[in-house]
Structure formats: C-alpha cells, structure tokens
Design a protein around this ligand. Sequence first.
Ligand code: AKB
Length: 320
Amino acid sequence: MKKILVTGALGQIGSELIMKLRDIYGADQVIATDIRKNEEDPVVQSGPFEVLDVTDGNRMFELAKKHGVDTIMHLAALLSATAEAKPLLAWNLNMGGLVNALEAARELNCQFFTPSSIGAFGPTTPKDNTPQDTIQRPTTMYGVNKVSGELLCDYYHQKFGVDTRGVRFPGLISYVAPPGGGTTDYAVDIYYKAIQHGAYTSYIGKGTYMDMMYMPDALNAIVSLMEADASKLIHRNAFNVTAMSIEPEDVAAAIRKHIPEFTLSYEVDPVRQAIADSWPNSIDATAAMQEWGFKAEYDLDKMTEDMLAKLRGKLLQQVG
Ligand code: AKB
C-alpha cells in the first residue's frame, strides 16, 4: 500500500488529486501539505495535513520521514504568468522546491512524481503535433524551470536510482479549485463567466491554439503513470499528454450548445499572449499511450457539458 506525501495540496491539481488518492489508497495514507492551511477545505478535513514551505528542505525531509511515506508527489510551483512577473522568486521556489523534494525522495527511497508542462517547449520547437523528444529552448522563466526540472528528474533516476516519473501537462480545466497565474487559465475563467454573465472577454487572442485537458483525465494520468510497470517506461519523466488542441472560439462554440446567447470578445494581454505564442499548437502523446496506456476520456464537448453542470451546482451552492 502506497503512503504518499503531496506538496501544493490546496492548489488546482492538489485539491482534486488528494481526494482521489485518499479514495484509492485510504485517507491516512495521503499526507497533504501546503504553505497555508484552510480549516474549511475538504483536503484539510479529510485526512492528515501539514503546513510546509517547500523551500524548507529540512522540514520536507522530516515530514516525509515522520509519516513514513514511500512516495512523494511534488506539485507546489508558480505557474507561467506569475513566474514571468517574478522570475527570481520562480527560480527559487520552482527549482528550490523541486530539488528539496528530490533529495527527500533520494534519502528515503521514495517513488517520485512531479508535473512538467507544455511550457517546457519554446518558439523553435515544432509547433504542430510536437514530438515527445524534440527541441526545448523555452523563452520564459517557467519554461526554463520546467526543462531544468525534467533534466533534474532524469538525473536523479540515472545517478541515484530514484523512481522519478512525470508528464508534460497541457492547460488543465477544472471546476473545483481555480488555477492561479497560468497562461491557459482563460479556458477555466470562460466557463465561470459564461454561467455568471453570459459573456467573456478573453486575454488570449482568437486563433491561439493550445493543448488542454479536463482534470479527471489529468488525475487518471498521474495514477496510471505511478502504477505503471517501470520496465516499460522508456521516457519516465515528462511524457507529453493531451486531450484536445483548442482556441478560444472553439470553447465558445462548445459553450453555445448549452448557452446559445453566450458572447466572446477579446482584450489581449501581450504578456500572456507572448507566452502562448511560444508554446506548441498541439502535442503528440503517442509515447505516453504506448509506454503506460495513457488515454483521455474527455473531448471538448464532453468536458463542456460536465464542466457547466458541475460549475452551475457549485455556484448555486455558494449563493444559497
Ligand atoms: C500555465 O498556463 O502556466 C499552466 C501550464 C500549461 O503549465 N497551466
């Protein structure tokens, strides 16, 4: 039975991953950690929780040791737009946190997961159907962190034998916890505004394609990769995974199937647009499919139907 420590547990991925892991492995088997504690949060209420600043390597090691974990899932990180606004903080937090988590995994012989991102690619990467192994010369601090992180995870595997695994996530869409500071966040905001106002002003321009995935598929990908037979993994770290390549008009058209009067306008943010323009239009997930059976269940229409229904319920509850 796995015993897992998760960092960044109150973030967009962590909030849902913790609940899924507790369902699968048992509530006490999953130690949630985050830099802040919110007593009301289901993550805090449903099992062990510890306050942890990931830049504090000693505390991370002590917590992992105290709870006797055999797996570390390191999620705490600044996303692309925030990292671009605060590059030094991003370097210190994203790289400092990662190396502390890898060190704890090395010393305690833990299996290890951390997400990379489509942000690990740059303007010289092939833009369409981006291969698993290709040019990676990102021009953002977030991208520099992600490529360095991919290499560091490979290094810890090759040099120290740590069982490191990871995926390159596209934009993740979910209704539970909002993302913060990402470039792909428009694809989440648009659903909130469609329900609340019937209209959305996008900071990402018309015709800007990026890969996206619905959160249930992202969570299944993490669990499948961590459970996969190690002997079948050629890449280990940073598998391309995706469910759809979409632009704002595609999301609007999918929303209009449920809210016909929905309108989309644009006020492009040059910083986030430049980040998006440096990323691929679509990535190729064949290696993930072949090496550990990755499969996404949700396309844009199926995701939109579920997202609107779940979000309506959530927003109604908040009002009531
Ligand atoms: C971001 O937009 O920064 C993230 C990502 C694609 O890594 N959602």
